[in-house]
Design a protein around this ligand. Structure first.
Ligand SMILES: [Zn+2]
Length: 443
């Protein structure tokens, strides 16, 4: 493989059966590593009566206990500070500290050795290559470089590919846009929310038309959206660029990518990660396509803090269509479909916020932002959907309602209390958007 080429036909087109053999070998190796070097895994497995030598066949993988985020938290914040029992190497081997954002509680601390850190950039290099990043690209990264993993590895991966990298660090949105324009940057990476927000700022505050700027490809990560067809269309139309989805996580690494063939979802990088979908209620492993399950992930090659059968609390489903790019890595249809705890029952019907996003963003009269609030009035569940009319919209609120209400009912089988808010009044987010609240859970 050339240094700057991250297309590995040996791995990426392996027949599924061969991939499973490779995955099993690597899975066994990381389980042994975790058990022998981390008090966290040893305790977890001993309590469940599991030993690495019990792993004899593929089906034995389901005997390995799941790791919850909470287990990292309980194991951490003690000696060796702050990683405690989750650390698998002597502290002096750790070269990088990062942490999760802590939006769902106490952050998880992430130690990486230099080998881990290099490996993470390698994983991102596969992502960028699959999305058409090449050494002719000038990549602008509009990200506040800090304690969060976010685009750090995207930065180093772009360098590995020979791209020219422009760190957009502490600049504000307007300064970033002007830099993109002045330097004629060709690619960038950010959350879908921020990519839409940047386009809005360019038009409204700077009088710049993003479709006439030089950005031709955008990697979206950090939240779902780029695999939602109506959101993808908005993103692509806003910048006149190809927009690609990616899902990853601090504890796991960059485990997935949409490729330039745009298969309507994300490939799992199966040579380096094992993704299993489990029925949220029975724990049964789902192999068939088009059935939603919660994602359980193993990273095969993380050394300092291994990630083995991690319950990522995300929901996804397998696609049954082969991808035109030629990769044999399986595709998760529609990308990440939501958080396990966001997919909830409302009025007895299974409700997924991402389906609402798809409808809202398919209405040309509505702005990009929306808010969804589930609450209780007496014994009855009420879903409030807040939207903004675009100032240039040609229809009235009543006319929009006539399209929106039936469309929502068809896609979600539910009725909504719809509120129109003045354009620009709903919250704008730079990193992780919080557009969904279930107030019933706060009681
Ligand atoms: Zn593909």
């Amino acid at each position: 493989m050339d240094v700057n080429t991250y297309w590995n036909p040996v791995l990426e087109t392996l027949p599924q059966e061969k991939l499973r053999q490779l995955q099993f070998k690597k899975f066994k190796r990381v389980v042994e590593w975790g058990y022998n070097n981390s008090k966290l895994y040893r305790r977890l497995y001993d309590e469940a009566g599991f030993k690495p030598e019990d792993l004899k066949t593929w089906d034995d993988i389901s005997k390995v206990p799941l790791l919850e985020k909470e287990s990292y938290r309980t194991a951490q914040a003690k000696e060796p500070w702050p990683y405690g029992d989750s650390l698998c190497v002597p502290l002096e081997k750790v070269t990088e500290y990062r942490q999760t954002s802590g939006t769902t509680g106490q952050p998880v601390f992430q130690p990486d050795t230099w080998q881990d850190w290099e490996w993470q950039s390698e994983m991102w290099a596969y992502i960028l290559w699959a999305q058409g990043f090449r050494n002719t690209d000038r990549v602008f990264i509009p990200f506040g470089y800090n304690i969060f993993t976010a685009y750090w590895n995207g930065h180093y991966a772009a360098e590995k590919l020979g791209c020219e990298v422009v760190p957009g660090g502490i600049l504000n949105t307007e300064e970033r846009l002007l830099k993109i324009r002045d330097l004629r940057a060709t690619a960038m990476m950010a959350t879908p929310t921020y990519v839409l927000g940047m386009a809005e700022t360019a038009r409204k505050k700077l009088g710049l038309d993003p479709t006439e700027m030089t950005i031709n490809k955008v990697l979206c990560a950090g939240e779902p959206g780029a695999s939602v067809p109506s959101t993808k269309k908005r993103l692509e139309d806003a910048w006149n660029a190809n927009v690609y989805d990616h899902a990853g996580a601090t504890e796991i690494g960059g485990w997935s990518f949409e490729c330039t063939s745009k298969p309507g979802g994300i490939h799992v990088n199966e040579a380096f990660f094992l993704v299993q979908l489990l029925d949220p209620e029975t724990g049964e492993i789902i192999e068939e396509p088009n059935r939603q399950g919660k994602i359980v992930i193993t990273s095969f090659d993380r050394v300092a803090q291994p990630c083995i059968r991690f319950d990522a609390k995300d929901v996804a489903m397998w696609s049954d269509e082969p991808c035109a790019c030629g990769r044999t890595y399986r595709v998760l249809k529609g990308g990440i479909l939501g958080r396990v705890d966001h997919i909830t029952k409302v009025k007895g019907v299974l409700f997924s916020p991402v389906a609402v996003e798809e409808v809202v963003r398919s209405m040309e009269e509505l702005g990009d932002e929306y808010e969804l609030i589930v609450s209780k009035k007496g014994d009855i569940d009420v879903i409030t959907l807040k939207v903004e009319m675009l100032p240039e919209a040609k229809a009235t609120e009543d006319e929009v309602l006539k399209k929106l209400v039936p469309e929502l009912r068809i896609k979600t089988n539910l009725a909504y209390k719809i509120e129109f808010h003045p354009f620009g009044s709903l919250p704008r987010y730079q990193v992780k958007a919080k557009r969904f609240q279930d107030l019933r859970k706060d009681h």
